[in-house]
Design a protein. Sequence first.
Length: 227
Amino acid sequence: MAVSKKQMIVSFVIVSLLCVFLMLFADKPVALWLKANVHGNTERFFKIITELGLSGWWFAFAVIAYINRMSLAGLSRTKEAFEKYGQQARSFVFMIVALAASSVVVTVIKVVMGRYRPRYLFNDNLYGLEPFNFHFAMNSFPSGHSQTIWAAMLSLLFIFPRYKIAYILLAVLVSASRAVTTVHYCSDVVMGSYLAIIITIWLRNYFETDGIPVEIKAEKRKMNEKI
């Protein structure tokens, strides 16, 4: 899944234009509709699942997995085992870097854009931008939870591709929850998800430039069959 500079630029322009369109014509009415119509079990479900977008969970998972693999490498008695666990530890370094790099990019854009969160639309009828603002109220765009969950799930998809459907489903649900619970606008979710995806793909390509894949392949166990 190599991505060229041209593809990155073209995709960024397309997503940016989509976000501008949403900001001008869709974000406000959609947020007002969701606020008025999403209640009960649906709201409770998405408020629970949105917590999976907290970065602490995924950084902790990746760090623990890295420590585990490095410990196994250190305890290895053969060069083959040492190299195997060392490469697996490297895969979780990739995940940590993907989470951190996409988070930094999203945080910088949040400050530069300075977009009011939806709650200020509901309470004070404030909608728009106040650029270069560090206040929590003005950091809606892009969505950090959407960035986190897509960076985490796409990293895991590259590391353990067997469960790719589950990863994508979880990423879609968590990122959608940010709009459904009216914590973010739709364009916030779109851009946060996009940045995580493109940065994670680029980093995967970078980590694999030396020919060492980030994928951790399942070990085949030999079974003795008695007939």
